[in-house]
Write a protein that binds this ligand. Structure first.
Ligand code: BF8
Length: 635
């Protein structure tokens, strides 16, 4: 069983993997073995399928072909392959954002009765930020907001509205480089255009177009999604919750929400507490309804309601393998095609809900914001009715769960550090200036079966907090660290350096702050802007002693996030056989060296979590030195 320990450090996942083996169920780890050895050209970014004269490939040893049929060399091919991924990632986050705007628009017209404006304060302040008259009904304000945000997608000229949230100096850098995004859709389309055969052959120019597109996600689509979700569904507040497969309950109807768009999962939360459905569950022999989440939709309902998280990306199959899931309802993104097969080996009903994401032969109950609650009830009812089909002998829920605290946002950080009536980032800035805190790190992203599940996230984060670096997390990375007990205030005493410990104890926070789902990486951007605005840590985002990392990434969305971090001035380290760019020395140098001189941030590729931590700490120390900050208090 040593090989199972090499697959995941998470004991619950190990137990579920043993069950999978006993029951001859194949998971992503098994499918990876079958794929090995994976294509070497693909790994280096040197395979081109852009046109039908190919596929072409470049010989990385310099002996065979050095150009494709059209004449494209390694630099062009690798850069085109890479930036296409930026476009895809930006489209995923931004299309999610568009759907939230759509819900707001429906609400303003009186067609989405199940929703309301739940954070009136943020609603009004957003309207004021955009110069909208707030002496109107909330429907009228919502209508105007929706109109402005819809326009962000189709805008042809000018700049995205939220760029103004960045420090002045950062805005000037973007302007000077010509990478201030105009409209979200425009940037995605233009980037794709430049990568088609015979358009942009300059790898540097391709990357610059990619940076602009990525910014349209971070400061555009994702930021719109985050802000409007807070407004419609309520802004998160610190909340306790539980995490890992052990949150599934033996005698309950287990409904798992998986995907990304909380507009739907929010309704599932409400429906799971519906008296009529609870009665029906009891009539069917269950003690109640237990809702749990996987991936980012889990983070959304955790942040707002403390709904338990069953696991991160690589645990989606394992949740079904417990034999205890009646329904897994999915929407968009990060949903493995394999779920259909796995579900068919158990009684689990897989239910798709989004017209953009269907599986052949899988039950589709289409979600529409106009009848949101009704749809959520319909799906939960399916789960209740399916409870009788559960084979009790095949149920094995690993008894592992961990407490966590989530619900940190830019606004919450203001409040917890400064107090509700004197909300400020000052104490945070002063902690960094005085050397009690060394700096900040944003650790985000996915899992990848090519790496030991959760090991890279948790090893890196433990090392950073040990070195007095406050860690901000989102996505599956936050779930990984939560499972290891890093997201509870008590973790400070056990793992954090003395300076970070003092801060955590003074304000009662964990050393690792959970900021939400992957679109909520936009919260990191706005929090960083608040730090600059507070003063004392430079004039630009790139001045802050901070770094980012995606240690176990797999999704194109992670690449887009990496690019908008870098384009915002952040030093960003990627693990997991990075980006498939190493086949082009020029491109690799451009990303890991040259970019910093004009954009302020750059990439680093590293496959060892302790080495990653060292690189990030060194960068943070360089930034401290440049700002002439005081020596560290305790290191
Ligand atoms: O958007 S961290 S595996 S769930 S891509 Fe997907 Fe990666 Fe998880 Fe959320 Ni983000």
């Amino acid at each position: 069983m040593a090989d199972i320990q090499a697959k995941s450090i998470d004991l619950a996942s190990q137990e579920a993997l043993r069950k999978a083996r006993e029951e001859s169920i194949k998971t992503s780890w098994d499918r990876l073995e079958v794929q090995k050895p994976q294509c070497g050209f693909g790994q280096l970014g040197l395979c081109c399928t852009v046109c039908n004269m190919g596929p072409c490939r470049i010989d990385p040893f310099g002996e065979g072909a050095q150009e494709g049929v059209c004449g494209a060399n390694a630099d062009t091919i690798a850069a085109r392959n890479l930036v296409r991924k930026i476009a895809v990632g930006a489209s995923a986050h931004s299309d999610h954002g568009r759907d939230v705007v759509h819900t707001l628009a429906l609400f303003s017209e009186g067609h989405a009765h199940d929703y309301d404006i739940l954070d009136l304060e943020k609603f009004k302040s957003l309207a004021e930020e955009l110069g909208i008259d707030t002496n109107k009904s909330k429907e009228e304000i919502a209508k105007e907001l929706a109109k402005r945000f819809f326009a962000e997608f189709g805008k042809q000229e000018g700049e995205l509205l939220f760029l103004k949230r960045a420090p002045k100096k950062r805005q000037q850098i973007w302007k000077k480089l010509g990478i201030s995004p105009r409209g979200i859709d425009r940037e995605i389309v233009e980037l794709l255009h430049t990568t088609t055969m015979g358009v942009d052959n300059d790898y540097k120019n391709l990357i610059n177009t990619g940076l602009r597109c990525a910014l349209s996600d971070g400061w555009g689509g994702s930021m719109i999604a985050t802000d409007l979700q807070d407004i419609i569904l309520g802004s998160p507040q610190p909340v306790r919750g539980k995490v890992n497969l052990g949150v599934l309950k033996e005698n309950y109807v287990n409904i798992v929400v998986h995907g990304h768009e909380p507009i739907l999962s929010e309704m599932a939360v409400k429906a799971s507490q519906d008296p009529e459905l609870l009665r029906l569950a009891r009539e069917n022999g269950a003690e109640g309804i237990n809702l749990a989440g996987i991936c980012c939709t889990a983070n959304e309902v955790l942040m707002r309601h403390g709904i338990p998280v069953a696991g991160n990306f690589l645990q989606q199959e394992l949740a079904i393998i417990t034999g205890a899931v009646e329904v897994m309802m999915v929407d968009v993104q990060c949903i493995m095609p394999a779920l259909q097969n796995i579900a068919s080996c158990y009684h689990t009903k897989l239910v798709t809900t989004n017209p953009k994401a269907r599986f052949p032969g899988v039950l589709h109950v289409e979600f529409q914001p106009e009848r949101a609650y009704q749809v959520a009830k319909q799906i939960i009812r399916l789960g209740i009715e399916n409870f009788v089909n559960r084979n009790k002998e095949r149920v094995n829920i690993p008894k592992y769960e961990m407490d966590l605290v989530a619900g940190f946002t830019k606004e919450v950080i203001f409040q917890i550090l400064g107090g509700r009536y004197r909300a400020t980032y000052k104490p945070l800035n002063e902690a960094i200036i005085s050397g009690r805190l060394r700096g900040l790190a944003g650790i985000v992203g996915c899992n990848n079966p090519k790496q030991t599940h959760d090991y890279f996230h948790t090893t890196l984060v433990k090392e950073l907090i040990k070195n007095d670096i406050l860690v901000l997390q989102t996505g599956c990375s936050a779930i990984a660290c939560a499972k290891q007990g890093l997201l509870i205030p008590e973790a400070a005493k056990e793992y954090a350096g003395k300076g970070l410990q003092e801060i955590c104890e003074a304000v009662g926070i964990p050393p690792v702050l959970h900021l939400g789902s992957c679109v909520d990486n936009s919260r990191i951007l706005t929090a960083a802007s608040c730090i600059i605005q507070e003063g004392g840590l430079g004039e630009d985002l790139s001045d802050i002693p901070a770094a980012g990392a995606a240690p176990e990434w797999m999704s194109e969305k992670a690449i887009t996030i990496g690019f908008y971090f870098v384009a915002s001035g952040v030093y960003t380290v990627f693990g997991a056989s990075p980006f498939a760019v190493l086949g082009s020395k020029n491109l690799t140098n451009y990303l890991t060296k040259d970019l910093e001189s004009f954009v302020g941030g750059r990439f680093e590729f590293c496959d060892d979590p302790l080495q990653m931590a060292t690189l990030m700490i060194e960068h943070i120390d360089r930034k401290r030195k440049a700002l002439h900050l005081r020596p560290l208090m305790y290191q």
